[in-house]
Design a protein around this ligand. Structure first.
Ligand SMILES: Cc1ncc(COP(=O)(O)O)c(C=O)c1O
Length: 391
């Protein structure tokens, strides 16, 4: 199937954020896009067929939620993560980030403290700050190879105003797939301090060989009662523009409260395309996903070999999950601002700049590996040419 992923599909001029918003986001038009976390691949054929069927039907009236979507989700969670949850605990929402914001509004008060573990996906900052909650950091510890949670430090930043922790699992950026032991240790601290946990597991399906995803809520029965697990087929199957996600809330009381809250903001349903794409992806997308991750891992190998040979001062951090590669650029000896300028003006590539993920992302850049190899190669060639001139 690698021909499928090798195929270059023109995205410029299709209102693609990655390809068509370079001027707005980076200040220049002619950059090679290696940023934002979506893929340059078509969704699985079964998803395209299901959507086409709907288009051909041509009637786009109000959508009823179908129990067969619940069945498809339930079966996916069991098959992929050995997690048995009753479909009554699913709440469907149009996107993970809006869901994070709504959970924060429903379960915390203004000025309550919410912890994030940095460097982390930048909207985590916004959903806390824009809701007038107090952002508290528990920075991850980078041991030179990978990130680890610092639970002693976590205990030291918790106060009686701390109500919630947002976990990113797998972690973006850096690609850690937190192990059962790490999750159990985290659960113990959250339990002791009575914290709610939002576990953002949107990258859960994007795993490198040898890693498996353990849902945070599955490691500890008591914490499962205080956890909101945010999931979606959107990262896995490249459906971000369709806006589909769901949150698993096992505790009845919390679920009722969240459902009521979402009913009040009218954020509690999926549109027709989201329903259809979610079901088709989860029922028929598994083989495609295996091929995808095989392709992404080969892209990773290719990038690592190229960088080692041609740009040895850049150090890729081996991911365990996600299709995003975190590059340690400290040996370049540039400040963040200088590196950003060098990448945009000299290499003419668009990467996600490390400090976007917090000051702990200083010296890093994030590269998207989910594209045809030829696209990745063009970006690497541009970087190499600029590297050879400068270093
Ligand atoms: C950790 C994490 N959560 C959420 C999202 C986006 O979710 P959505 O598009 O459903 O709002 C991303 C996208 O990159 C992400 O990395």
């Amino acid at each position: 199937m690698s021909e499928l992923f090798d195929k270059v599909i023109e995205r410029k001029g299709t209102s693609s954020m990655k390809w068509d918003m370079l001027k707005e986001r980076f200040g220049a038009e002619d950059l090679w896009p290696m940023w934002v976390a979506d893929m340059d691949f078509q969704a699985p054929q079964a998803v395209l067929d299901a959507l086409k069927e709907k288009i051909d039907h041509g009637v786009f009236g109000y959508q009823a939620h179908s129990p067969s979507v619940d069945e498809a989700v339930k079966s996916w969670l069991e098959r992929r993560y050995h997690w048995k949850v009753d479909p009554s605990s699913f709440i469907y929402t149009p996107g993970v980030v809006p869901t994070l914001s709504h959970i924060i509004q429903a379960f915390t008060e203004k000025q309550d403290e919410i912890i994030i573990q940095t460097p982390v996906y930048y909207p985590f900052y916004d959903v806390i700050k824009k809701n007038d909650r107090v952002l508290v950091k528990n920075p991850l510890h980078f041991n030179g190879e990978k990130y680890e949670m610092d639970l002693n430090q976590l205990e030291s930043v918790i106060t009686e105003k701390t109500k919630m922790l947002i976990l990113c699992h797998p972690h973006n950026p850096g690609g850690r797939v937190w192990s059962r032991a790490e999750l159990e240790a985290l659960a113990a601290v959250c339990k002791k301090h009575n914290l709610f946990v939002i576990s953002d597991e949107i990258h859960a399906d994007l795993l490198y060989d040898g890693y498996s995803h353990v849902p945070f809520a599955s490691v500890d029965k008591e914490m499962a009662e205080r956890t909101f697990t945010c999931l979606a087929p959107s990262k896995t199957f490249n459906l971000a523009g369709i806006q589909t996600s769901y949150v698993v809330v096992e505790n009845l009381e919390l679920r009722r409260k969240l459902k009521n809250f979402l009913a009040g903001t009218f954020m509690n349903s999926l549109n027709s395309f989201a329903e259809i794409a979610t079901e088709a992806a989860y029922r028929h997308g598994e083989a495609w996903l295996e091929e995808l991750m095989d392709y992404v891992q080969k892209n990773y190998q290719m990038v690592v070999e190229f960088i080692e040979a041609k740009m040895p001062k850049i150090k890729p951090i081996q991911p365990e999950g996600t299709y995003l590669l975190w590059l340690d650029c400290s040996e370049l000896g540039l400040t963040d601002a200088e590196r950003k300028k060098w990448l945009i003006e000299e290499a003419q590539v668009a990467l996600n700049h490390g400090p976007m993920f917090g000051e702990e992302g200083s010296n890093f850049e994030r590269m998207n590996l989910a594209c045809p190899r030829s696209i990745l190669q063009e970006g690497l060639n541009r970087m190499r040419a600029a590297y050879e001139k400068r270093f």
